[in-house]
Design a binder for this molecule. Structure first.
Ligand code: GLY
Length: 365
């Protein structure tokens, strides 16, 4: 078992990573039991794929639980489902010291975390993420949210979980496209500030995608450790350090918006193409060696991720894509922070980006 601590003073918690951990989840959750059964919130897919494993583990540990099953998909991050879930939590008699369990991917984790942040002015929750994207990114760091009519994740709170349990075996039940999309966020940690990890990805990405258990466990542990360090330094994204985690997200957001935030381009796929574009644009500014940008594109394509506008199926003009970027919640004081790179492992926050130049770059990309 690998345990990665997230150091946040009185809000500190552990992320535990181990193949088969679901079977031992009862022991891990026992300290959080109360006189009420645990409320476990999941979606229809995970209810079939993982709930039987967790239910059996809880039963072996003598713990009772009630399951709440929500529809799978992004549209569950809504007022309607937040209202229904918080009603259910209140009817359950949940108290502030109680723990709700989020069993699923980023949608379930974000919704349950936000519900936990507001019920009784804040109760506790545990994350059991079951997708690669949620294991390496969204389950760690306490960002919780639902979507508003005006955009994704516009309503939410910082609310840290009490524990994160990651069983890489849950990835066995995912389709390859979903694992690939999550892998983009793994590569991101190498590109941000860990060139050695990017080289590890180049050597092991294909094995990871094929389900190699050691490669999977290593990539998850290293990604979580990288995220834990950044979150501990800048929990609420105020110093600029946590903003580094948005590498590829501003370009990616434009691509996701252009494709209607749909299955045409999954979030991780948008991030992958977005990272390649951020490196390409850094080359245009004369800041990044072209060969580093070429390595990024080559690796993303080698594992089957999009690394250009064409790969992402987007043919919109640069001006239109920049227009999408201006609706991104990462806008600050009327300017868009861009994560650019001076090379692999050398990402930085650029504050002097000329949007007309970005549009011109995208027109030629
Ligand atoms: N997913 C970016 C962050 O947690 O800050």
């Amino acid at each position: 078992m690998t345990t990665v601590p997230v150091f946040l003073g009185e809000r500190s918690y552990d992320v535990r990573i181990e193949a088969g951990l679901m079977e031992r989840a009862g022991e891990a959750l026992a300290p959080f039991a109360s006189s009420r059964p645990f409320l476990v919130v999941t979606d229809t897919h995970v209810a079939t794929a993982q709930w039987p494993r967790l239910a059996a583990a809880l039963e072996r540990a003598g713990l009772s639980a009630e399951l709440v099953t929500l529809p799978a998909g992004e549209s569950t991050k809504s007022w309607q489902h937040l209202e229904a879930l918080t009603d259910r939590m209140i009817a359950h008699g949940i108290e502030r010291r109680d723990h709700v369990i989020a069993l699923g991917g980023g949608v379930i984790g974000d919704l349950v975390g936000f519900a936990a942040s507001i019920v009784k002015r804040g109760c506790n929750f545990v994350q059991i993420p079951t997708t690669l994207l949620s294991q390496v990114d969204s389950s760690v760091g306490g960002k919780t949210a639902i979507n508003s009519r005006a955009g994704k994740n516009l309503l939410g709170a910082f609310h840290q979980p009490s524990l994160v349990l990651i069983d890489p075996d849950t990835l066995d039940t995912l389709g390859p496209r979903e694992v690939r999309a999550g892998y983009a966020e793994v590569v991101k940690y190498g590109l941000i500030d860990d060139a050695e990890f990017f080289a590890w990805c180049e050597a092991n990405g294909t094995a990871l995608m094929a389900g190699d258990p050691e490669a999977r466990a290593h990539a998850i542990a290293r990604s979580v450790a990288a995220k834990a360090t950044i979150v501990a330094e800048d929990e609420r994204e105020t110093s600029g350090r946590r903003a580094l985690l948005n590498l590829g997200h501003t370009f990616g957001h434009a691509l996701e918006a252009e494709t209607g935030f749909s299955d045409r381009l999954l979030h991780g796929e948008g991030v992958a193409a977005g990272m390649a574009l951020a490196f390409g644009y850094s080359v245009r500014r004369g800041e990044c060696p072209p060969e580093d940008a070429e390595r990024v594109v080559a690796h993303l394509r080698a594992v089957g991720l999009p690394a250009s506008l064409a790969d992402a199926g987007v043919s919109a003009s640069g001006a239109r894509l920049v227009e999408h970027m201006l609706h991104d919640k990462k806008m600050s004081s009327g300017t868009l922070p861009f994560l650019l790179a001076r090379g692999i492992g050398k990402t930085y926050l650029a504050k002097d980006v000329d949007l007309a130049d970005v549009a011109a770059y995208l027109d030629g990309a």
